[in-house]
Design a protein around this ligand. Sequence first.
Ligand SMILES: *Cc1c(COP(=O)(O)O)cnc(C)c1O
Length: 355
Amino acid sequence: MKHNFGAGPCILPKEVFQEASEAVIDFNNTGLSILEISHRSKEFEEVVTEAEALVRELLNVPEDYSVLFLQGGASQQFAMIPMNLMPEGGKAAYLDTGVWASKAAKEAAVLGQVDIVASSKDKNYTYIPKNYRVPEDAAYLHYTSNNTIYGTEVFDTPKTNLPLVVDMSSDIFSRVINVSDYDLIYAGAQKNLGPAGLTLVIIKNSLLGKSGRVLPSIFDFGQHAKAGSMYNTPPVYSIFVSMLNLRWLKAKGGVGVIEQENIIKARALYDEIDRNSFFRGTAELEDRSRMNVTFVMDTPEKEAEFLQLAKERGLIGIKGHRSVGGFRASVYNALTMISINALIDAMKEFEENNK
Ligand SMILES: *Cc1c(COP(=O)(O)O)cnc(C)c1O
C-alpha cells in the first residue's frame, strides 16, 4: 500500500479516482467519454451546476457571492486580483508569510504600489506575524491562509475594514470558514479540491469591476461571472472530478466533520514529532498547519536513512521543500489515519534502530 503525503497535486479519495476513471470510458451511460462531450451539453451543464451548488452548500456561501471555475492556477490569480481590484495608481496591502505570499505581492507590484504590512522572512517564515498595521487607503489586504511550504496556518482571520483577499489553495474545504469574513477567496484545486487545472474563485459581487481598469475579457472576473464560468471552454475534467470529490466530502458529513478528523490527524503526527528524539517541528507551535506538517532532524546526515525507510514502508512525498529541508507530510482531507499511523510507526522504528 502507498501512503501519499505529497504536497500537490496530491491524494484524492479512492472512490473519486474510481468514478473518475469510469467516466473516461462511459460518462453517465451516454456511451461517450467525459473527455469528448461538449462543455455546452446538457450533461456537462448539470456537472457545473452541481459543482457550484456543492461549493455553496459545503462552505455556506452567501447569495451575493459568485463562484467561478477558472484556469491558470493560483498563480494567475496573483495577477488577476490586482487587475480587478486595484485602481490605476492605487495600492494594495500584503502580508508576507512565505514564497506564495511574496509571489502574489510581486505580481501586484507590476500593477501598482504594494505595501508589505508584515513579514516573517526574518525567521524563514516559521511563524505568522501578528499585530501589524494595515494602511487605510489600500484597495485590499491579501494574505495566504496556509503556507504549504513552511507548514504554518493562519487560524485567526485578519481584522480589517479593507476588502479581504485570501489564497486558500492548501486549506480550503479542510476547516469551517465564514465566507462573509472575506471579499475574495481563491484556490488552485490540486491540494484539497480536485485535479490540477481548475482554480476556484469565490468573489463578492460588489467587487466585480471595482478597479475601473479596462481589462482583456479573459482576465476580467465580471466577464467570467456573467458567462457562468463558460466564457471559454472550462477545464471540463477537473471540474467533474472536483465535483465528485465534493460529493464525497458531503457524504462524509461536510467540512465540520472533516475538520475534526484533520485536527486529530495533525495532532497525532505533531505529538510523535515532539516525542521522538530524532525529529523536531519547524513551525511556531501556535501557527502549526493542519495540512502540511514540516519537521527536521537534529542530525541531518541521517535524513537520507529515514527517507529510505519511509520508501520501504510505502510513504511517498515526505521529502521537505528545498527552502525548509527535512520532511513535509501533507495530510490533506483524503489522507486517512491509516497513513498517519504508518508514518508514525516508521518514525518510531527509526528511533529504535538508531538507539
Ligand atoms: C500550490 C500553491 C500555490 C500555487 O498554485 P498554482 O495553482 O500552481 O499556481 C499558490 N498558493 C498556495 C498557498 C499554494 O499552496
